[in-house]
Design a protein around this ligand. Sequence first.
Ligand SMILES: NC(=O)C1=CN([C@@H]2O[C@H](COP(=O)(O)OP(=O)(O)OC[C@H]3O[C@@H](n4cnc5c(N)ncnc54)[C@H](OP(=O)(O)O)[C@@H]3O)[C@@H](O)[C@H]2O)C=CC1
Ligand SMILES: Nc1nc(=O)c2c([nH]1)NC[C@@H]1CN(c3ccc(C(=O)N[C@@H](CCC(=O)O)C(=O)O)cc3)C=[N+]21
Length: 271
Amino acid sequence: MLPNVSCLIQAPGLAVVLVGQRKDSQTYVRSKKKACEEVGIVSYGVDLPETATEDEVLEVVAKFNADPNVHGILVQLPLPKHINEKRVLDAISLEKDVDGFHPNNIGELAMRGRSPMYVSCTPKGCLELLKRSGITLAGKRAAVVGRSNIVGLPAALLLQQEDATVTVIHSRTPDAQQLCAEADIVIAACGKAEMITGDWIKPGATVIDVGINAVDDPTAKRGYRLVGDVNFEEAKEKAAFITPVPGGVGPMTIAMLLRNTVDGAKRSLEN
Ligand SMILES: NC(=O)C1=CN([C@@H]2O[C@H](COP(=O)(O)OP(=O)(O)OC[C@H]3O[C@@H](n4cnc5c(N)ncnc54)[C@H](OP(=O)(O)O)[C@@H]3O)[C@@H](O)[C@H]2O)C=CC1
Ligand SMILES: Nc1nc(=O)c2c([nH]1)NC[C@@H]1CN(c3ccc(C(=O)N[C@@H](CCC(=O)O)C(=O)O)cc3)C=[N+]21
């Protein structure tokens, strides 16, 4: 039988929905679209005004859910306050949830012996960095600083899946610094500029800095510079391996988004 040629030549498609005018979100969305272009993924951008209603956003999501050219849907977060983020994210069809934010995808990740359709891009990028750097995870102690649905929680689940023993540190954790200093692997995702100083790091540890924080700097081109959640200058004196900000986890997040989109496109051909 002849193969279905029209399917074989269909490019992967990613829909990127931006609501409002946040400068940082506009920058990220631009980078995502540019990355798509570089690898031959077709991006479908929709920019809605800050005043868009929840129903209007849901309508856009519904349209992309039904569009066979679109294999992945990303709604850039945060959404304006009047829009219920949960309702919008829940509306993205599971097959197109390339961000991996759907409760089914997180739930599958949390359960042993199950596999999610998509794993969220930032934690997936952290694990890819660790694996490609030849860092052994099995039997190691890991600390994740932060427990958000999009970074800390899935990062902890992924590390545990790789047989690390994981401590999750959050804003109510007593003795956070001492706990972190026992870890062979640290994933920092607390959203506090340079909070993790040298004394949080065990000598020889591996440090993955997820944080992206803008710090005012009149000498910088944009008037600000980016720093992580780790104090890089101090931590690099203790760590064996450490990721920088910028140029670390951020670009990996985008790479994993592209990979998830291609995986989604391949899966759509199987059905
Ligand atoms: N590189 C990338 O691709 C991405 C980077 N980021 C960056 O990663 C960082 C984290 O993002 P996100 O997870 O969305 O942030 P959230 O604000 O959603 O979560 C922060 C987490 O850190 C914990 N936390 C806050 N303060 C402390 C403290 N003093 N000690 C210990 N834990 C603390 C919070 O605890 P509690 O739960 O108790 O409130 C919470 O669990 C940010 O800098 C963000 O910009 C985010 C997404 C992608
Ligand atoms: N639905 C959704 N999915 C996301 O994945 C998502 C989101 N919303 N909202 C915001 C956060 C943040 N995030 C980043 C992605 C890339 C860089 C990145 O490439 N940063 C560059 C620097 C960029 C610059 O210079 O401004 C770097 O670290 O080198 C940063 C942050 C994805 N997020």
